[in-house]
Ligand binder design. Structure first.
Ligand code: ZN
Length: 392
């Protein structure tokens, strides 16, 4: 009996001590939690948000947005380095501010994000004629973004302006937060009946554009490839009062003439640009004098003369006596340096369709002229590109 009673008494005391310890731990935990661990977020007296996230272009939050209740008027947040336009924020970033409340300075954070993709306007299908001017696909395209960034659209996809077809392309606009918008459009390249494309025997592309033949952007005129009757270069200038050539040909010729003159050589232009009707008159006179088959070996039919391009010049006496002059000798080894070629070289009659004309130079630019000079063994345009020169 005595023993059991003592045991019961001891047990009650033990329960009391354990309960006391548990209550103390709870109190200590609550004190630590409220005062230390989450002091910033859950104030013992009142609570407020420390951080707000908004979208670029939204209104900047007010003190009341940070306080849980609408309890303050007229208080403003002092921001460090926040660009506000008409009460709105556009620039993505993390910003810090502060305001006083309840006798204390409250620090707040504002995060501005951009999760909205740009807007592309002005998108339409575009129609062009094959081989004509390169269209500006970005003309009329307007890109706007909630971040107010200046964004330029780019065109995604491939197309060929020399091949008729419908090309499905996209305008793509991306803002600095990597939000992207794509807008599809069609580039419709229409067939162009005024342009034909063929290949030379050496694989060069021969482009006939409105009756004018080009290989590598070089105009080709010979007995196979003529010019339209009304063709005339639009940048003709005079060399010496009445002889006309294209402006850059005059400049090249003046350099050639001046360098030759320094060596005591007298090179002068005797004929330059000739219209279709000028050529018609000249050729018909030769035919009357010499018969057509003879005339065809040294004079071009109207519409087939290189002189109609404004790129060719006949020099000095324009006859076979020129071949024996120092001027002719110098010319055939130096004209390429100025971008000119001896267009109808010696012994190439069957290829060019014309007898040797040491006086007739043609401007093709220094690159091609150097290749055709071929270290003194002049190549013809016909040989180089692999084309014919024969009347049909
Ligand atoms: Zn000529």
């Amino acid at each position: 009996m005595k023993k059991r009673k003592r045991t019961k008494k001891y047990s009650n005391k033990k329960i009391l001590i354990i309960s006391g310890i548990i209550i103390s731990i709870i109190i200590i935990f609550l004190v630590i939690y409220f005062l230390i661990i989450d002091k910033d977020n859950i104030h013992p007296v009142f609570s407020y948000k420390t951080k707000i996230t908004i979208e670029a272009g939204d209104k900047v939050p007010t003190v009341n947005d940070y306080l849980y209740k609408d309890i303050e008027d007229g208080k403003v947040i002092v921001w460090d380095d926040l660009d506000i336009k008409d009460g709105k924020v556009y620039k993505v970033g993390t910003y810090y501010g502060k305001f006083n409340y309840d006798g204390e300075e409250r620090k707040v954070t504002l995060i501005v994000k951009d999760t909205t993709a740009p807007i592309i306007e002005g998108v339409n299908n575009i129609e062009v004629l094959a081989f004509e001017e390169k269209p500006n696909l970005l003309e009329g395209i307007i890109v706007t973004d909630n971040s107010l960034e200046e964004i330029e659209a780019v065109v995604d996809g491939s197309y060929d302006l020399e091949k008729a077809g419908e090309y499905v392309l996209n305008y793509v606009a991306k803002d600095s937060s990597s939000n992207e918008t794509k807008k599809e459009f069609k580039l419709i390249v229409k067939e162009n009946k005024d342009v034909t494309i063929s290949k030379s025997s050496k694989g060069y592309t021969i482009k006939n554009y409105h009756g004018i033949t080009y290989i590598d952007n070089i105009i080709v005129v010979n007995k196979t490839y003529g010019l339209p009757n009304n063709f005339a270069p639009n940048n003709l200038v005079t060399i010496n009062g009445y002889i006309r050539v294209v402006d850059y040909v005059r400049d090249a010729f003046n350099n050639l003439k001046s360098d030759a003159s320094d060596l005591g050589l007298n090179i002068y232009a005797s004929s330059g640009y000739r219209s279709y009707s000028d050529q018609n008159y000249i050729y018909n006179n030769y035919v009357k004098m010499d018969g057509q088959s003879n005339a065809d070996t040294y004079s071009a039919r109207a519409g087939y003369s290189e002189h109609q391009t404004g790129l060719a010049i006949d020099l000095n006496t324009v006859d076979s006596s020129f071949e024996r002059t120092s001027e002719s000798n110098w010319l055939k080894d130096n004209c390429y340096k100025y971008g000119f070629i001896i267009r109808y070289p010696k012994g190439k009659d069957d290829i060019t369709g014309y007898v040797y004309e040491p006086w007739h130079i043609r401007y093709v630019g220094k690159d091609l002229a150097t290749k055709l000079y071929n270290n003194g063994d002049w190549l013809t345009i016909e040989e180089y590109y692999g084309i014919d020169s024969k009347y049909k």
